[in-house]
Design a protein around this ligand. Sequence first.
Ligand code: DC
Length: 226
Amino acid sequence: MKQIKIAIDGPASSGKSTVAKILAEKLRYTYLDTGAMYRSVTYLTLKEGLSEGMVEEILATLDQHPISFKRSSQDQQLVFVGDEDVTDAIRQNDVTQNVSWVAAIPEVRERLVEMQREIASKGGIIMDGRDIGTVVLPDAELKIFLVASVEERAQRRFKENQEKGIPSDLEAIKTSIEERDYKDSHRETSPLKPAEDAILFDTTGVSIEGVTDFILEKAKEILDKP
Ligand code: DC
């Protein structure tokens, strides 16, 4: 059966990963959360006490603790660095606050993009991130760029944090989202921006189901084409 590559990009908390996971299940495709990879490098960087100029050391620690994805017995996707399960640790505030500077290091991006392309080469894939449609998979058959108001994104992240037991403050989340959006879209290497051939979708006030149905419909149009 024909398989396609689907790129879902957008700013922080725009609903990319929730939607991408559902789509991957429905289409039986591999789902790759590239944000989790940048978060994993950030986790390692902080754990080792490394700072912005220490690019070689950051790459060396990544070599020593390679990122991998596994499935839990409840079929949840788990993220590992070396043999350490960092699934929850990479969502903590210290990682979120530092991920933008780590993700702006060109050598780190080069390393992770290589891994991302390698995973995509194995078949049907849904990848979410910031530069998937522009840099990682410019030949993806379907490119979606999700946006939503800062207010709504902050509310979503706040709820998510509450469910995970991560302490948070709504106003602080809003400020952090705005800062991360700014840094992610103004960095020199692979800034957050829609690919020219991406479909822009504003998810403000739209249910998860509404978003997934829309993307699924677009995917089916492509898959049904002779
Ligand atoms: O999607 P997320 O919030 O988990 O991503 C965390 C950070 O990683 C985000 O602020 C920017 C960076 N990132 C990136 O630069 N490129 C990607 N493809 C994915 C994430």
